[in-house]
Ligand binder design. Sequence first.
Ligand SMILES: [Zn+2]
Length: 349
Amino acid sequence: MSDIIVPSPADFHVHLRQEKMAKLVTPHVRQGGFSLAYVMPNLKPPVTTTEQALKYKAELEAIDPGVEYLMTLYLTPDLTPEEIVRAKEAGIAGVKSYPRGVTTNSDSGIESYEMYYPVFEAMERVDMVLNLHGEIPSDAKTNTHILNAELKFLTHLHSLHKAFPRLRIVLEHATTRAAVEAVKACGPTVACTITAHHLELTVDDWAGQSFNYCKPVAKYPDDREALRDVIREGHPRFFLGSDSAPHPYDSKSTSTPTQGCAAGVYTSPILLPLVTHLLESFDALDKLEGFVSTFGRRFYRRELNAENTQKIVLRKVGPHVITGKYGVDEHTVVPFWAGKEISWKIVTN
Ligand SMILES: [Zn+2]
């Protein structure tokens, strides 16, 4: 019998949506083996205040109180240092920066973070985490596109880290060798999340296959190798953030001449067995606990003690097929690798 016991797995980047979709996907966090969810703020409208974040947290707790939800605010020009202090006091863990909708520096066509420096100063002072979606918007004039958007963002990571060396920063869902190397070159306050699907996909897998399409897009085989390598190495500043992002079946499966399909890969309900399967596939099974539990918890200061540890048992039961879809009607979601086989299952939860 091959059992693996993982203490309280934590997903440090997940989209739990709102209303009916939230009701469908929030219970999948625990179904997938996880007891902590770091919740993204990109709702409609986005979560930009402490009050909104606390209300959203209460909604998620009403759906499943068995998960610890760490909340985030969406970085906008309206966010003030005073609001950061309020957010910190209310237990909000971080602020998420997205590339779109951010004021751009017109002469270079890239994001300017300088207008946010007073907010970052406050975050550094009260010790809140800055979560970066590390891509710059596509721009034909500068030959910026979805394959080099992450690479071109890395100079911003370095300048932010230089300006705020004590600010804890997480580069989210890294997809490139360059990003891995950039984070490694930073000090102990800079970490990086890696998704499950980017450990498997490359460009060839999403071109023409909408269910594998997400942002940032999966890159080249050598980039994927760098992600696998840093996990095999057991680097403590690289940990799981699934970026599990449910979209209704119709918006994932259908593109029209005027509308592309939605970007996002959904992994929550199968997350821990999937990560285990993938790590085993590239000889990193011994790094599972660090990658899904210890490293992220340490960075976020959410370490385990005897009382709050929940032991999740994984068993290698042999190949079984991943469920094809969850939900009904317009709220149907299809998980990553639907119809494919994996070998691991959670046997107690
Ligand atoms: Zn995301």
